[in-house]
Write a protein that binds this ligand. Structure first.
Ligand SMILES: *Cc1c(COP(=O)(O)O)cnc(C)c1O
Length: 916
């Protein structure tokens, strides 16, 4: 059994112990079958079973199922040398674990297939098999002897009532370390009951446990008193899984405790001797709070009521459809519920998105809680509109926004609408893959310092970045915010986390989110320790002139008395969670929101339909419910799947000849990767080292976004995307010149992964066969094609500058410009002219002038960010890039007409900065 060391519970080498667990059970089942087939006296086969069970057992304590009783039966079969019984039980238990049937099927809890009723007798018959009741597990951390645990479980089980909305099973932990481990690996745990008096050190014998926990919990200090142990466990659990309901059972005065800071992470504090039924009801109540979807629940009720409608929307309740001769198939296809749930009313509890006071308001409050924000606003026109709302809410004409030019086009349109002046900063280029990374902190600081030197720091309002990027670059938002706030303490940060909404629920990704940073920095700046750190830093630093470039390489610290935490996050809920298309959220953590609230409302009104889609709002409510209850398990699973895909593709002897998944080393230049982390997982880095890198490095790569390089197989991105869709039914979205982007999501399964691997293997085999057949000539053609795709790549154009007419101080260092007047100049035909991309005119004007100035946005799609903006001077590298561009859809550019320019004589009369 131990031939494969990766199969051992070495936690530090494995991301998701839960998925490792499935492998263990599969393996145990296989050994058991082999033993039964070979006959009872095969000592070797029996030995394999003994070892497999011994490997598996210590970790099993983390799960309620199968639990000690069933595991005991399994062990007894082994001790009795009963191969048939062992195989039967191993099959039964592993099937129940792998399928999740134990959540629905009471028989799974029964060692004996024919019904040993002892366990079941305790339950009223109507509870047996409660297939519709959601199931969860409760972790009890207790000083009691393990021998007493089973009885406690049976007692809690006996408290089940028919009216309970959910049912649960209990698992126990006897120490801080075991409790932390169980909450980490068991995604079914939704609530933890902490009983004062337990010990710190694990009762289990698991290698690397301490290191694993220390890394994940952020501290390995052992608290000194029993009470402190309980509260420090509560804090650690909340840090790792903020959604968990935590309860404390204590002999200390619960009244006094409940009012103290210690109790902040706790949902309730109980006195030790209190009624167990109270605890049972509190547990269910906690889940009900997360399960409740105020808007969706009400919409369901609304749909069932007999209502005569005399408002707009003829399809409401299906009336214009089911009675129709010609569009009845619409009703059949969509089903009746969607039509019964349609209304244009804002009465009947349906609330109004534009002025929510009821169920929408409550749904938004729940979303704020779930995502760790102070406020949440639902958006029904995608993050495209959410970004415009936020930009317009926080900016007015003349404000400067330091913004990644690679931001989604919605930001740039937001600047035109609000009259804000973009100061474009550049992401580091990944020329070899024809894509951009993210904006280095040094670049952002340089922009701030330039504005400081130019005396216009007070106009810099917002730092606007995409996190994570399309291709998976994750910022270190804590570090970025800390250093920017040191230069200007009231800066607003807009983190466009369109792809990254799920990240809140993954303990790995959360540390790299805008809202995660808001929480961490708020705590940090309030602490005494920070004040000391800041004072010491300030004292040794002395006086610094505004704009002093020495600050670029210094880790700057903000003044704790001045700093404000002001974070806006937008996310396309539909991109990473179970919401309908266009479902989006705007999440706010702004200590000065009172300044923004009015403008925010205006911007929301300006952009939001007065007939927002009800199903969409309901789906946002549901997406929140799902993530708050199973987001932890789903995000860990998707991350695990992505890591397996990465390993399999890059380790496959044939596939890796032609395809390669870009690693952190490929995607992040060494200067931004201080840890030196090259790739995920062994042999490159242990999981502990990976987390360290995620904490500290300037950029990290989200493993769930896989850039698959296909150029070495002779495919360009677009071609390969088409091939995957046509031949293999695999859909992907983004391509570059020589790569495609494969995203794993909360819906992906091992079969999806297998489909992709199979496609890559088939294609690799075909290429091999073709090359073998074609001889030297064919191989040369292939090599040339690969070189064209992989080596002969165009340089990526940087933002040049705005034309002087649109700049305030053409000689200044800072590059912000008035984009709005340029945008509107193009509305006058007389101001504009066209030049054909492939004409000599273009080359001549590049060489001799007059400068070509773009009249509008030119945005290749995907990826959807502008390579030209209104008023921008067009340079040779932009032209070269355009000429080589490999996507078909380029918004703002029509090949037949050419590039739209503002005529030189229209600009000639304009004085620099005369436009607003
Ligand atoms: C997709 C995307 C948007 C737009 O979101 P929609 O929900 O499609 O409107 C904005 N920003 C980024 C970074 C995106 O990827």
């Amino acid at each position: 059994m131990n031939a494969d060391p990766a199969a051992l519970p070495q936690l530090s080498t494995v991301l998701a112990a839960a998925s490792m667990r499935a492998d263990h059970w599969r393996q145990l089942n296989a050994y058991a079958r082999a033993w039964a087939a070979a006959g009872t006296d095969s000592a070797e086969r029996r030995g394999a079973c003994v070892e497999a069970l011994a490997d598996l057992r210590p970790l099993e304590q983390c799960w309620a199922y199968p639990g000690e009783r069933l595991l005991g039966a399994l062990a007894a079969a082994l001790a009795d040398n009963d191969a048939a019984q062992f195989a039967r039980l191993a099959r039964k238990l592993s099937a129940a674990i792998l399928s999740g049937d134990f959540r629905r099927d009471e028989q799974a809890w029964n060692a004996d297939d024919d019904g040993d009723r002892t366990l079941l007798d305790a339950l009223p018959p109507e509870l047996l098999g409660a297939p519709d009741k959601p199931y969860f597990e409760v972790l009890i951390v207790t000083p009691n002897e393990p021998a007493l645990w089973q009885r406690a479980r049976d007692e809690m089980r006996a408290m089940r009532r028919v009216d309970d909305q959910f049912h649960y099973a209990v698992t126990h932990a006897g120490s801080f370390e075991d409790a932390a481990l169980a909450a980490m690996v068991n995604a079914d745990v939704q609530a933890v009951v902490i009983v004062d008096g337990f010990r710190f050190t694990s009762l289990l014998d698991i290698p690397d446990l301490k290191q694993f926990l220390a890394r994940n919990l952020g501290s390995d200090d052992e608290p000194s008193t029993a009470g402190a142990l309980s509260t420090s466990l509560a804090r650690a659990l909340k840090h790792f899984r903020p959604e968990l309901d935590l309860y404390l059972l204590t002999d200390r005065s619960p009244e006094r405790l409940a009012g103290s800071d210690e109790a902040a992470p706790l949902r309730r504090v109980f006195h030790h001797v209190e009624e167990p039924m109270e605890v049972h009801l509190a547990l269910l109540d906690g889940i009900a709070d997360r399960y409740e979807t105020p808007y969706f629940d009400n919409l369901k009720k609304y749909a069932l009521r007999p209502i005569g409608t005399f408002h707009a929307l003829p399809i409401a309740r299906g009336k214009s459809i089911f009675g129709s001769n010609w569009i009845r198939d619409m009703g059949h296809f969509y089903g009746t519920n969607i039509l019964f749930a349609e209304s244009s009313a804002t009465t009947g509890g349906l609330d109004s998105l534009l002025e929510p006071t009821g169920t929408i308001k409550r749904a938004q409050t729940a979303a704020a809680r779930a995502f760790g924000a102070k406020r949440a606003y639902f958006g029904t026109n995608g993050t495209s509109t959410s970004n415009k709302i936020v930009v317009q809410a926080v900016c007015k004409p003349g404000d400067i926004v330091i913004v990644d030019r690679n931001c989604h086009k919605s930001h740039h349109y937001g600047f035109v609408l609000s009259g804000a002046q973009p100061y474009y900063v550049e992401a580091f280029p990944l020329t070899q893959y024809s894509m951009y990374g993210a904006v280095p902190l040094r670049t952002i600081k340089q922009a701030l310092l330039d504005c400081q030197a130019g005396g216009k720091l007070d106009r810099v309002k917002v730092i606007d970045m995409t996190n994570c990027t399309f291709d998976g670059h994750m910022y270190n938002p804590q570090r970025v915010m800390e250093e920017c706030l040191a230069i200007k303490p009231d800066l607003i940060f807009l983190w466009d986390e369109a792809w990254f909404g799920f990240a809140r629920f993954s303990p790995l990704h959360r540390r790299r989110t805008g809202l995660g940073a808001a929480a961490a920095l708020t705590e940090r700046y309030r602490s005494k320790a920070y004040r000391t750190e800041y004072e010491a830093w300030k004292a040794q630093r002395g006086k610094v002139e505004p704009g002093d470039p020495a600050q670029l390489d210094e880790h700057l610290l903000p003044d704790p008395d001045k700093v404000r935490i002001r974070v806006y996050q937008t996310n396309s809920t539909h991109k990473s969670m179970s919401a309908f298309r266009q479902g989006s959220m705007m999440l706010v953590w702004d200590e000065d929101f009172h300044e923004v609230e009015g403008p925010f409302e205006e911007a929301f009104f300006a952009h939001t339909s007065t007939s927002p889609n009800l199903q969409l709002i309901a789906s946002l409510d549901l997406a929140r419910r799902q993530m708050e209850l199973e987001g932890y398990g789903l995000t860990l699973k998707m991350t695990d799947l992505a890591l397996r895909l990465r390993r399999t593709i890059n380790g496959h002897p044939l596939i890796s000849k032609y395809f390669h998944v870009a690693t952190p080393e490929d995607m992040i230049p060494a200067e931004f990767r201080a840890s030196g982390l090259r790739d995920y997982g062994p042999p490159n880095a242990s999981w502990v080292e990976t987390l360290q890198a995620w904490d500290d490095d300037e950029f990290a790569l989200d493993p769930t976004r896989l850039t698959v390089i296909c150029g070495a197989a002779g495919f360009d991105g677009t071609q390969f995307k088409g091939l995957l869709a046509e031949r293999f039914d695999i859909q992907i979205n983004k391509t570059s010149r020589n790569s495609i982007l494969v995203q794993t999501n909360i819906n992906n399964t091992h079969s999806d992964a297998a489909l992709l691997i199979k496609a890559l293997a088939d294609l690799s085999r075909e290429i091999e066969a073709r090359l073998a057949q074609e001889g030297a000539n064919g191989r040369q053609v292939f090599a040339d094609r690969v070189r064209a795709l992989m080596t002969d790549v165009p340089d990526l154009p940087n933002f040049s500058q705005f034309h002087d007419a649109f700049r305030e101080a053409p000689d200044g260092a800072s590059n912000e410009g008035h984009m709005r007047p340029a945008f509107f100049m193009a509305y006058e035909e007389a101001n504009c002219e066209f030049v054909r991309l492939h004409s000599d005119d273009v080359d001549r004007r590049l060489a001799e002038g007059p400068q070509m100035v773009s009249a509008n946005f030119v945005i290749p799609y995907p990826p959807g960010f502008p390579i030209m903006v209104p008023g921008q001077v067009i340079t040779a590298d932009t032209i070269a890039f355009m000429r080589k561009l490999d996507v078909k859809e380029i918004h703002g550019y029509h090949a037949a007409q050419g590039i739209k320019l503002i005529k030189p004589d229209a600009l000639a009369g304009l004085r620099a900065g005369s436009l607003q």
